[in-house]
Design a binder for this molecule. Structure first.
Ligand code: PLP
Length: 267
């Protein structure tokens, strides 16, 4: 039996980042501060500091599947947010779990490498994400580099996006923080939302001066919650981008490494 809940419940599947900047801690903070409740199934434990990821261990498969099923059975999950996937076996398990719950919106932040350096996935996993997860997504939020890896067939960003949308991904938000396009003003960050029906929306923000740890996780979680509440895609993306930009603008420098988002910023 599912209990009713005042706070919309978002199921998060992602890696644990012990620094608290990224990963499931970022997701929990974002979802909670925006009025939701995060339930979390870790896909991996990472070994890292605020500079870089050293290594990671995928979560035990049976435990991952059992815990996900227990939560999906008990809670009324309004949306699912996927971050770091961890292993091929976990990717296959997520595919099966999503097929068992076809009506729940799903957002994937394709975490392929850490911002500060360090792989967070293997090549065969990228292929599995492409074939098993992309067709089931309400939204994917790749940066330009991740888009290139997910759609290697396309030789320009438009062709790559078309490839993923044709595969069944309903919406794509290509974030522009990692590398400005050749014709772009470098003082600004440009993000592009593409919908399957061909609608395009672009969003511009002032580029902030530092490198941040956990911005992608914050963004995808904020959007997932809004979609779970029934928000339209364009508004959900805009509010997620605003929230993330503000949390970075008022971010903290806790070490001499990357800056940390402040998801409890003063509005
Ligand atoms: N998830 C985990 C567990 C991570 O360790 C990282 C980066 O280190 C990320 C996600 C991605 O972080 P970002 O939001 O900076 O892309």
């Amino acid at each position: 039996m599912k209990a009713g809940s005042v706070r919309p419940v978002v199921l998060v599947m992602g890696g644990h980042d012990p620094t608290g900047g990224a990963g499931i801690q970022a997701d929990i903070e974002t979802i909670a501060v925006l009025g939701g409740h995060a339930i979390t199934v870790p896909t991996a434990l990472t070994l890292q500091n605020s500079h870089q990821v050293e290594s990671f261990d995928p979560a035990p498969l049976d435990r991952f599947i059992q815990q996900s099923r227990m939560l999906l059975e008990e809670f009324e999950v309004v949306a699912i947010k996927i971050g770091m996937v961890g292993s091929l076996a976990i990717c296959e398990a997520i595919h099966t779990l999503l097929n068992e719950h076809p009506a729940i919106p799903v957002v994937l932040d394709p975490v392929l490498a850490a911002g500060g350096g360090g792989a967070l996935s293997q090549n065969n996993l990228i292929e599995a994400i492409r074939t098993l997860l992309i067709p089931r997504l309400t939204l994917a939020t790749p940066n330009r580099n991740e888009l290139r890896k997910l759609a290697p067939g396309g030789d320009n960003p438009q062709a790559r996006c078309a490839e993923l949308l044709n595969q069944g991904c309903q919406n794509l938000l290509v974030t522009g923080t990692d590398e400005p396009a050749a014709d772009e003003n470098v003082d600004q960050v440009h993000h592009l939302l593409l919908q399957q029906d061909g609608t395009r929306s672009s969003f511009q923000y002032k580029r902030l001066p530092h490198r941040y740890h956990g911005s992608g996780c914050t963004l995808a979680s904020a959007i997932t919650l809004q979609l779970g509440k029934g928000g339209a895609i364009e508004e959900a993306v805009k509010s997620g981008l605003d929230f993330t930009w503000n949390s970075l603008k008022q971010g903290h420098q806790l070490t001499d490494g990357q800056h940390f988002p402040n998801r409890f910023f003063n509005p």
